[in-house]
Design a binder for this molecule. Sequence first.
Ligand SMILES: *[C@@H]1O[C@H](CO)[C@@H](O)[C@H](O)[C@H]1NC(C)=O
Length: 238
Amino acid sequence: MAFEKMDFVCVIAVICLFGVVDGFSFGAPEDFCQYENLQDRNVRMVPGHRGVDPMNTRSPAGYRIVVGPEEANGARKVTLRADPGDYFRGFFIQATRANYALDRGDRPAYGTFRPADTNSQPRRCRSAVGKVGGITHTGNNNKTEISFDWEPPRGCNLGDIQFVATVVRAYSEYWVDVRSDVIAPSGFVGDRGLLCQLYVNPYSKILQRRVLSALRNIQTMQQSRRTGGTAGTLSTQG
Ligand SMILES: *[C@@H]1O[C@H](CO)[C@@H](O)[C@H](O)[C@H]1NC(C)=O
């Protein structure tokens, strides 16, 4: 009973949310890739354009994501570009596991996006484990090209990655799953540390518990050092 009621409230909340954000003239909303409940995740990155399906099956997307070489700090310049004569107004981009289906419920969002100018703005994603995870437009003017920077988590082997975009040309014309070439691993490619395993697999309950437990241990050690050993003893009793 309680569950049914909760599900009902969630459904209403989602409808209300999408109702309010029709049009997205100021970019994908703050909560585009945040969510209260796992089942509300917008894994397919579909904008809240009510009653409008993506154009994918009707015509190929006239857009490309071009990824620059790795820079000294590990960052890369990423450009979303319309084919000659085409344009776009809105977009939302993530970095994710290469060749991984968009609607896989455990799909991660990697790294942190930094706007290169005032035409784009970052969006936090819960699937990015403390990183920014997404970037979107700031206005609905016609655009032919837009660039920004992307930085992977430091010292982390992500494996093959791919940038994936939702691109909006008009309210009734948008494409999902526009992908860059596969980017082969670069920088650090050794064994994955615990936190890096969580970046790659953000929805693993086992990893979440292991990371929390490791953080608690660190905290206990720090407290123990401060108080001369008592905190460590106390925590093993709890
Ligand atoms: C954007 O481009 C389309 C197609 O060329 C055009 O109809 C529209 O007026 C343009 N909008 C703006 C704001 O320039």
